[in-house]
Every structure is written in structure tokens, then in C-alpha cells.
Design a protein around this ligand. Sequence first.
Ligand code: UGA
Length: 364
Amino acid sequence: MRIGVLGAGGFIGSNMVEFLLDQGEHEVVGVDIAYDKIAHLLDRPGFTFTLANVHRDVARTDEIIRDVDVVIDLVAYANPSVYVTAPLEVFRVNFMANLEVVESCIRHGRRLIQYSTAEVYGKPQEGQERYSEDESDLVYGPVHKQRWIYACGKQLLERVIHAHGMAGELDYTIIRPFNFVGPRADYLVPAGTRGGPRVFAHFMSALISGGPMFLVNGGQARRSFTHIADANEALDVVLKDQRTRGQAYNIGNPGNDISIADLAVQMKEIYAELTGETPQNELQVVTGDEFYGEGYEDNGRVVPDISKLGALGWKPTRDLTTTLRDAMQFYLEHPEEAQSPDLVQRRQELANAPAGPEQVPAGR
Ligand code: UGA
């Protein structure tokens, strides 16, 4: 299969491209605004990469979509701190840019696998135990809590995709990821940083730097962390099983459900086991506004119902300790991967650059 991966340079994309190339049966065409996380893959046979901004280089992206069999769209900001500080940028990239991708897939009759988010479900309702793809309601907070622009934009994108599917114009599958963790997850930040990456990278940064581990609103929120290798295996089913067409799937691991406060403790224990040093990090409780700025509201979270993709033969097999340990070990062994990119700035630089997409030569 010739697979176009839009957003190939991010955390999920870098692991996905490696997984697809390792299978030895696909040609992969990657596009992104940065390639730090896939520098080790640029020389691999079967992989070509274009440095381009999907939103700006629409014509180039359209050509890439025309020339592949399947498009996997990962283009998005996924860090809540960006939803709070740059909501319009989130709308432009996560909705507008992706809408162009949808339209291009329709024009060229290409299959689209759209990565959405667990966050489309919004706030769990009283008594709700699981999020089910085809039954759960999607419930958001007030407009002045701008964090919700992300979930709302993703939800609208899903609805547009579904409507095109109903009209017989688009062959699609929607994936809702639940807190994937693995090598190259986000990026590390200096001690005491607030906002920035997601919780795994924050806690890992604190463990390495010795800074505080911040527990937003006491760390009572829960998440079901999912090993990136389990997520890749789920994608494999979606790619190959025709029954996934026109459907949405949760990809998560209900067995790895944990509160953020307990996650901090567990990561401390694993860090001690991996390094032989007992971490002394202080666990510091902060409010959402203190950590992210005004306009944050936690999106709660209950565990995913994964029986729908389970019925097609997929099952996550990595427990929480393995999931965390593999990702933590990567950062301990690859400190050079610990850059802290400002992706908003990078997108703006590319948007202001006079030329079209840059081609990245193999091996750079
Ligand atoms: C984010 C995205 O918004 C989702 O779309 C995506 O599905 C998800 O990441 C993911 O990784 O799959 P969220 O889970 O809220 O959603 O992202 P995190 O920033 O990792 O936050 C998880 C929880 O930890 C939140 O309750 C947050 O307030 C808390 N947190 C975060 C801390 O307590 N301390 C920190 O240092 C960082």
C-alpha cells in the first residue's frame, strides 16, 4: 500500500512511520513542518518525506494525496496549553487544515484515516463508566473556557467526515486515541515549567531535572494510558480490515486507567528502578488556571469501551508499567531527543516563508 502520513514528524507519526516501514509491505510518504523525530528514518527504503505546512502548501499536499492509496491525517495541536493560549491557531490547524485534507481525499477518491481524539467525548456524565463510539454523548463546557475549541473542532470535523461518508463521497475511518505514550512522546521542559507538553513529558522532565511534579487540581483526573505499540497494532487492523470503513474507533487501554496523582507516584517508582536513584521531587498541587492560564477546564475522562475494534481482533497487551517504562527508558537513553520545539512559532515561520515546501534530501 502507498500510505500518505500527514503529520509524520510528530510523536504518533514518528512511531507509526517506523512501524509501517518495519512491516516491509508499504511505501510511506510523510509530510510535516519538522522532522527531528524522524531524522533516523529519512534514509529508509520506501520512505519519502516533504517538509511542508499542510495548511499553507495546499497544492503540494493535494498532489501528495492524489498519489497515495490511503491518507492518514495526524495534523493537529494536541497539547491543552496551546488550546488555552492560541485557540484560533488550534481551530485553523485542527479544523480548517484538516477540512482541506478531507476535500482533497474526496476529489481524488482516496481513503482517509482521520486521527481525532478521546477528548471529543468531553465531560463524562453522571454514572457514565465508559465512552462508547456510537452511543455516548459529547458534552462540553462554556465558550469562555476556550480549551473546548479543540474538542469542538475535532467533533465538527468528525461530523463533516461522517456526512461526506453518508453522501457516498468519502471512504473514511475515524480513530479516537486515548493518551498514547511511547518513545518521543512530546518533549522535555526545564524544571518548574507550566503549560507546554502533556503530562507524561512533564513528569519525565521533572524526574530528570529534579523540579516539582505539578498536580493540576490535585491530580484527581484519570487517564487510560496506551502503549504506542498497541496503538500501531490497532492501526494495522484499521488499514487491513474492510469492515472499519465508515466507522469510528476508540484506541485506548482501559486496563491502564490511573489518576494523575497515582501516575506521578508510579513514574517516580519506575524512575528509581531504571536509574538506581530515588527521586526527591515535590508533588505540588496547582489550579488549572495557574498551570495553563485562564480558560482551562479539565475534560474529565472515563475509560474507553474498546469492544468495537476488539471484535475485529485487536487487543492492547502492554500493561501500565511496561507502557511507562518503555517511554521513560527512551528519554533516559536519548537525552538528545529532549528538544523543546515551539510548534506554533515553527508553523508561523513556515507560513511567512516565501518559497513552497522544502524537500528534505535523504540523510539530510
Ligand atoms: C490531551 C489532548 O487534549 C487529547 O486530545 C489527547 O487525546 C490526549 O492528550 C492524549 O494524550 O491522547 P489530556 O489527556 O487532557 O488531553 O492531556 P494531558 O496534558 O496529558 O493532561 C492529562 C491530565 O494531567 C489533565 O488532568 C491535566 O490537567 C493533568 N496534568 C498535566 C497535570 O496534573 N500535571 C502536568 O504537569 C500536566
